[in-house]
Design a binder for this molecule. Sequence first.
Ligand SMILES: Cc1cc2nc3c(=O)[nH]c(=O)nc-3n(C[C@H](O)[C@H](O)[C@H](O)COP(=O)(O)OP(=O)(O)OC[C@H]3O[C@@H](n4cnc5c(N)ncnc54)[C@H](O)[C@@H]3O)c2cc1C
Ligand code: FES
Length: 269
Amino acid sequence: MPSVVDCPIVLRQEVAEGHYRISVQAPGIARVAKPGQFAMLQVSGGYAPFLRRPMSIERIFSDGVSFLFKVEGEGTRLLAEMDTGHNLSVHGPLGNGFTIDTVCDRHILVAGGIGVAPLPALAERVKRDCGKAPDVIIAARTERLLLCEDDFRRMGCAIHITTDDGSAGEKALATGMLERLAPDARTCVYACGPNPMLRAVSQMMLDAGVMCLVSLEAQMACGDGACLGCVIESKSEIEGEKMLRVCKDGPVFDASLIDWAAHDLRDDQ
Ligand SMILES: Cc1cc2nc3c(=O)[nH]c(=O)nc-3n(C[C@H](O)[C@H](O)[C@H](O)COP(=O)(O)OP(=O)(O)OC[C@H]3O[C@@H](n4cnc5c(N)ncnc54)[C@H](O)[C@@H]3O)c2cc1C
Ligand code: FES
């Protein structure tokens, strides 16, 4: 069950220019959180910004969780200013999280930019449940924006790096690297990142008959299914309904469900 808890910040790091990690002490949330779930964070003590901001759970520890975020606007700027000792109000865990198919022989995680945020917790869970750390593709614009590489390495993941400018790893897109890893029908692919990447990964995996889960973003007000502010269209009706709430029915979806052409998802991570 999600709860709203004031959680002391126990760690704050600037991990790259404009990118931060904060860890909070939250044993109750950590006990029930699943990789891929998110929390709504109160970024201001006053009225502006009024709405909480959604953030994926990056890691799940025994006594708390961490968040990894990029400063986009006022809310994330205020979040980045919060230091250790501050009590952050956290509403979570919310959403469905990733389902890990333990029958798959191989698991490939695909991270684009700050879309890497929910994947460290998933990599840990894949390793625990399947007995082998996954392959991870980390794609970024440039070397200094590569995130979580050391964390994945410590977990024993096979890491495949691509950058747009060739400053680290291969000068390629995540999709190019994914193609080379040649996922087959016994592979599960999990992706989070900018929408053009998710759209391309989804199409490639659908064409290849590979199971693919994508974690989506949408503007959110309530975060728990009430306001309908985050709806997207599915390809077909589910229980008589074509609209999906990213916060409640997702944020993780089977890629084959999403009607990519029907809505304007955020393209600029
Ligand atoms: C389920 C979920 C999980 C997320 N996890 C992470 C994460 O782990 N790390 C991370 O850095 N970010 C994450 N985000 C995005 C993050 O919530 C937004 O960047 C943040 O809310 C921006 O708030 P702001 O006040 O700084 O910017 P604002 O001033 O509110 O907005 C700045 C710009 O970003 C756009 N924008 C803001 N939020 C969203 C959104 N949710 N979808 C589309 N466009 C948006 C606005 O239209 C505007 O152009 C997640 C979003 C969702 C829905
Ligand atoms: S944010 Fe309110 S229904 Fe999803």
